[in-house]
Design a protein around this ligand. Sequence first.
Ligand SMILES: [Zn+2]
Ligand SMILES: [Zn+2]
Length: 457
Amino acid sequence: MQITNLNPDSDIGASAWLVDYDGYRLLLDSGVHPEREGREGLPLFDKAGPEPIDAIALSHCHHDHVGSLPVAIRNFPSAQVFMTDQSYFLVERILHNSVNVMMRQRSELGIRDYPLYSHEEVDEQASVFQAVGYRKPIDWVSFPRGQRKSSPKLEFFDAGHTLGSAGIRVTGGKQTLFYSGDVCFHDQTLLKAARFDDVQADVMILETTRGGRALPPGFSREAEMESLATAMEETLDGKGSVLIPAFALGRTQEMLAALSMWMKAGRFKRRPIYIGGLGRVFTEIYDLQAHRTHRSHPRLRLTEAVDLKVVSPQELSRVGLKDGKIFLMTAGMMTENTGAHDLALRMIGDPRQSIFFVGYSAPESPAGRLRAAADGSTFMFSGAGGELTRKCRVEAFDLTAHANREDLVDFVAQVQPKVVVLGHGDTVARSWFAQTLRQRRPQMQVLEPGPGERVAC
Ligand SMILES: [Zn+2]
Ligand SMILES: [Zn+2]
């Protein structure tokens, strides 16, 4: 088998792996790079060569895994496209939203490559999307060729990272492959941990997001949640407002579940939660899919348990901050021209307001610069916002939806692969895995293909 890393960056970047599997070709994920503009953010499709691809399989619907799917389908029109049942409900919404964002960026920032695809193209392609249940092996080659009489199989395993997320196993050839996707080995508030218990494979592709991060001694997710609840109580009691920037899919629903429970328990009084339109759409899909999701609180309907108030960035600018409001805003990076960015501009200089982070922010984004700024210091927030002095409360809580690094190392021990291919992490994160895995399993081969590089396994 040969595996080509199509990610254009050596950082987390855009996930896309081309697998040459006993004469057949499979593309695992087709993401876009969250911090690159235009075509620069696309996977290196030209490194895939001119031969057709038999199938594209998606691990989950986050942008860095699915954002370039229409371009991949345009390049490889004969490919079948597979995803989990739950991703099937999400994917068109994600792609249409992405067209809207690209159109806006074209007009506001003059990025001429945008949009990379159109609403019409997404609508046309949607007819080839195929939904597959977890643990249901399916044929991914329509017309087996040459020596082979039957198609190899692929199978989705619940990854516990976000609604519909999956690890993907490929079998039926000389070797078995397992792709972790983004995976979480601990329970979140809603979603339960990954169910990869019986997975074994000869070759695996492993995400390494948290390789650079050791858990502090005594860390527990429960204690982290408790600190966030207390910090919110303190702000709201002081008549200040709280802004939690969160990705629309996954993080938003996990936070809504926690907020609904804290309100129910009387930690703070029930009040509307201000949210973006896309966050609301995905929250409805979380509710609709609750019965088919491996989760805690299966009967909790988020849209009923909390009062969601959908606001556009324009409406948001007119909402007062003095009487304890809660904002759960899409745009974890607080990029310019988003509600989260403009709201932060109004909050940063006010000691009564709080901005609480519950996920990753790139260091060079406005959110990353705000997180790095000490209380009372002046820092460059963004081009539009300029230099600001931070007086508001800023804290980060580790409520990750990614596996901790030791859990991933344990998982490798369970899978017992001969070869591990490392990806989806920055250089520091990958190095930790490379070093640790080589030390603990010296007989195993550890590969780190760079952008566009092909490795034989
Ligand atoms: Zn993800
Ligand atoms: Zn990811």
